[in-house]
Ligand binder design. Structure first.
Ligand SMILES: [Zn+2]
Length: 228
């Protein structure tokens, strides 16, 4: 506040609380100088919720004591603290390689927020549960993994990819039943049992393609389910 604004504020205070009114010119000059000393860097009002007259009025309503300039200064500091606490320092638009400009913008924004020239940038609070758009997305794709990424992952998880492909194509999922041929349990891929020349088992490799009898069994189960 400039001296002129301080004088205006003191006149306003004098109307609400005549005890603070100074009629003597020299006394008034001293009073203005004293208030200016403490409130020189405090604005009279900002576009973002600060008004020194509001602070004065609230003090006069709440307190039996005459208002002092320090009461206004303290309120201003609390206002600044509150705003900076809510400000989340958004990433500056300046080129991050230009450290001077980047820093200047960050500090400039912070200063503008603290001095009530700009509203604090508050991040949206994270709400409970996924938003409606995510739910719609899951409904449409059936998976939080985007279809493009799933396709790229397919070579690395052939069994899973085969199941998904079957379901997408409307075919029965063979892994939904136990394999009567190799005894692979539900959800597990079929295993190839290779037999050596002497008749002993030599391997137990996973098969990408289920045994045909398992596919048939799954299809039969699906038909039964549909008929039931
Ligand atoms: Zn099998």
């Amino acid at each position: 506040m400039e001296r002129r604004e301080i004088a205006g504020l003191l006149a306003y205070i004098g109307r609400l609380d005549p005890r603070t009114m100074r009629t003597d010119t020299a006394e008034l000059r001293d009073q203005i100088a004293q208030w200016h000393e403490l409130l020189g860097d405090v604005p009279l009002s900002t576009e973002h919720g600060w008004d020194a007259r509001e602070t004065v009025r609230a003090h006069i309503l709440d307190s039996p004591y005459p208002i002092l300039p320090v009461d206004v200064a303290r309120k201003w500091r609390a206002y600044q603290r509150d705003r900076l606490a809510r400000h989340t320092d958004p990433t500056p638009a300046a080129d991050p390689d230009n450290v001077t400009a980047w820093r200047a913008e960050l500090l400039g924004t912070r200063h503008a927020v603290a001095h009530g020239q700009q509203a604090p940038v508050e991040q949206r609070a994270i709400t409970a549960g996924p938003g409606p758009d995510i739910e719609a997305y899951l409904e449409a794709t059936g998976s939080p993994i985007p279809p493009v990424v799933r396709a790229q992952l397919a070579p690395f998880r052939p069994t899973r990819a085969a199941r998904e492909a079957a379901v997408m194509a409307g075919r029965p999922d063979p892994l939904s039943v136990r394999c009567e041929w190799c005894h692979a349990p539900i959800g597990e891929p079929c295993r190839s049992r290779r037999t050596g020349p002497d008749g002993t088992a030599r391997g137990n490799a996973r098969r990408t393609v289920p045994h045909p009898s398992r596919v048939d069994l799954a299809a039969a189960r699906t038909r039964q389910g549909a008929a039931a």
